[in-house]
Design a protein around this ligand. Structure first.
Ligand code: GAR
Length: 219
């Protein structure tokens, strides 16, 4: 029987029964991560690989903010990182083309948008069909778009959460891979709730990568 309670999390977060992270088979997945901010999800993926919870390797990080937390984590973790300042790109498509060139050079199997705060275009989505994932801090399809945590608080829901999903042209609307639910506590503000949601993001994102790889293997 699956265990419905997340006993590992003393904050009392709820957790749906989650798929076990099964090996995708064959060679380790070559993963690219895209990040704009702190990079805690990027590091969670690196650690999942290091600890054998994900049969993969994060081979490159792309960031769009020079000096962001994710970039500093990449330095500490000795993972190649490239900065793509979106303000220096002539268009969203040009930024996506530059990302594709980086990912192809690193022979990447899957790309994970882990706090990438730019809208991607069909140029990137079509270059990695079924291979581009995103993590979003809400239980989709609720609270798509900017600041899903603030949207959940404003709506007064009692359950918030996070979703790992495939990326399609419509924002935050692709196939859902894994979700986790987190109770909204009376004393929560945006920061506290987001911190608890992020702990669940760090758990489900490696699982979602495995699931995406399994979907590809099954055709
Ligand atoms: C995460 O909570 C992620 O869900 C969110 O940004 C945060 C990045 O944190 N993404 C979005 O809101 C995308 N719409 P991190 O940089 O510490 O991984």
């Amino acid at each position: 029987m699956p265990d419905f309670a997340d006993h590992s999390d003393p904050s009392g977060s709820l957790q749906w029964p989650l798929p076990q992270p099964l090996p995708a088979g064959g060679a380790p997945l070559r993963l690219a991560v895209m990040a704009s901010g702190e990079g805690s999800n990027f590091e969670a993926l690196v650690m999942a690989c290091a600890e054998g919870r994900l049969q993969g390797q994060v081979v490159v990080l792309a960031v769009n903010r020079d000096g962001c937390g994710a970039q500093r984590r990449a330095e500490r973790l000795a993972i190649p990182c490239q900065v793509f300042d979106h303000r220096r790109q002539p268009s969203r498509q040009a930024l996506d083309q530059a990302l594709i060139a980086l990912f192809r050079a690193h022979r990447v199997d899957l790309v994970v948008m882990a706090g990438w705060m730019r809208i991607v275009t069909p140029v990137l989505i079509e270059a990695f069909p079924e291979r581009l994932l995103n993590i979003h801090p809400s239980l989709l399809p609720s609270f798509r778009g900017a600041d899903g945590v603030a949207q959940a608080l404003a709506a007064g829901v009692t359950l918030a959460g996070c979703t790992a999903h495939l990326v399609t042209e419509e924002v935050d609307a692709g196939t859902i891979l894994v979700q986790a639910a987190v109770p909204v506590l009376p004393e929560d503000d945006r920061q506290r709730l987001h911190a608890r949601i992020q702990r669940q993001e760090h758990r489900i994102l490696p699982m979602a990568v495995t699931l995406a790889a399994q979907r590809l293997a099954q055709g």
